[in-house]
Design a protein around this ligand. Structure first.
Ligand code: SF4
Ligand code: FES
Length: 367
């Protein structure tokens, strides 16, 4: 499948960041430190055009995300527009704003799948991490509404030092709620999460115990629950293939309409990301210098250049490279071949000696 420009392939999925508004205050939020205010958000008609353009470009799925996508008053209309465009619609939600009527309306509008986040299996800890009293109970109620509505449910558990020991309970929770899939997602340390890294990074022993738990659960629950799990960068020798490679598989549109190769890219300096109010999604994908900058392997410095994994991990994550080295074009320090790889081990050591207090995001939004 190609997008019509030589070797540029079509994207598979669109991440639609409908809003940065969110009732939760997770200390590992990967949204930018400066948030977009509601006055700058794209309107319903523009999103509907974006969905049609995404489908025409070759996207099969749209992930409706945020912030909290159900904070948008027009969320039902947006789901209907994405569904009418022919996209498989996945709602990525914290669930605390969902009730039976909203869920019925979303299902009637064509919603295909719900991915619900949980902060922990233990309610008091979950509410503390999310900074939202009573949030965990609301999430459990929302999860039951999802399965009662006949929609497939994925539970997304963001894990870190302060909840990783409760992984068996998180797996049991996924089963109890009727989820078909559990994503055990280690925190990615950019955006707001970097400010809380010392309170969140797990140690090696804790991580290895969690990996054994996942392996045993996968064997025991085969056919009942799919568990997604990737060893986190800070304990890995090779980086993840972030977004499947810059400008290769995914594109994101920010609440204010910036077209991005990943949701975190807007914080990279020196980029002029296209504005979907001024260009089509196809123009952004095929013609913009920002997408071309790290597409493929031609941009790679040593040691990536010539490496036999260059087309496997695509040099890792550009946002992590920038966050840790100040150079978005550097080899991801998660790679043991990177001259900066020791930064990760020293961050793990620093975190092990640190406390567990969080720095919560101020309620600071830009208009
Ligand atoms: Fe991947 Fe680059 Fe490391 Fe090779 S050197 S494994 S391409 S990050
Ligand atoms: Fe931006 Fe990995 S999060 S490239």
């Amino acid at each position: 499948m190609t997008a019509g420009r030589g070797s540029i392939e079509a994207p598979l999925a669109l991440l639609a960041e409908l809003t940065h508004r969110c009732p939760l205050h997770c200390p590992y939020c990967s949204n930018p430190t400066a948030l977009t205010g509601p006055g700058a958000e794209l309107d319903t008609a523009t999103w509907a055009r974006v969905f049609r353009e995404a489908a025409a470009l070759g996207c099969l799925q749209v992930h409706l995300s945020g912030g909290e996508p159900t904070a948008r008053r027009d969320i039902v209309a947006l789901v209907a527009a994405a569904s009418a465009a022919g996209l498989y619609t996945n709602l990525i939600t914290a669930g605390v704003l969902l009730d039976a009527a909203k869920l019925a309306a979303l299902a009637a509008a064509g919603l295909d799948h719900v991915q619900l986040s949980v902060q922990d299996a233990e309610p008091a800890s979950a509410d503390r991490i999310g900074g939202y009293a009573g949030g965990h109970a609301r999430k459990l109620a929302a999860a039951r509404l999802v399965t009662e509505a006949g929609l497939p449910l994925t539970l997304n558990a963001v894990v870190h030092r302060q909840n990783l020991d409760r992984l068996p309970a998180l797996i049991a929770l996924a089963l109890d709620l009727g989820a078909g899939r559990l994503e055990v997602a280690h925190v990615q340390y950019y955006g707001w999460a970097l400010a809380n890294r010392d309170a969140l990074l797990p140690g090696r022993d804790q991580l290895e115990a969690a990996t054994r738990t996942v392996e045993a659960a996968r064997r025991a629950l085969s056919g009942r629950l799919v568990i997604d799990y990737v060893v986190p960068d800070y304990h890995a020798a090779r980086p993840k293939s972030c977004m499947g490679g810059w400008g290769r598989r995914f594109l994101a549109v920010s609440p204010a309409g910036r077209v991005l190769p990943c949701h975190a890219a807007e914080s990279l300096p020196g980029f002029d990301f296209p504005d979907v109010r001024q260009v089509s999604l196809r123009q952004a994908w095929e013609d913009s210098g920002a997408f071309a900058r790290f597409r493929g392997t031609g941009w790679m410095p040593p040691p990536c250049r010539g490496c036999d994994r260059a087309e496997v991990d695509w040099g890792g994550c550009r946002c992590q490279a920038f966050a840790l080295t100040g150079d978005a074009a550097a080899t991801d320090p998660a790679c043991a071949f990177s001259p900066h790889h020791a930064l990760l081990a020293s961050a793990v050591a620093t975190a092990a000696a640190s406390g567990e207090g969080f720095t919560y995001r101020e309620p600071r939004r830009q208009p």
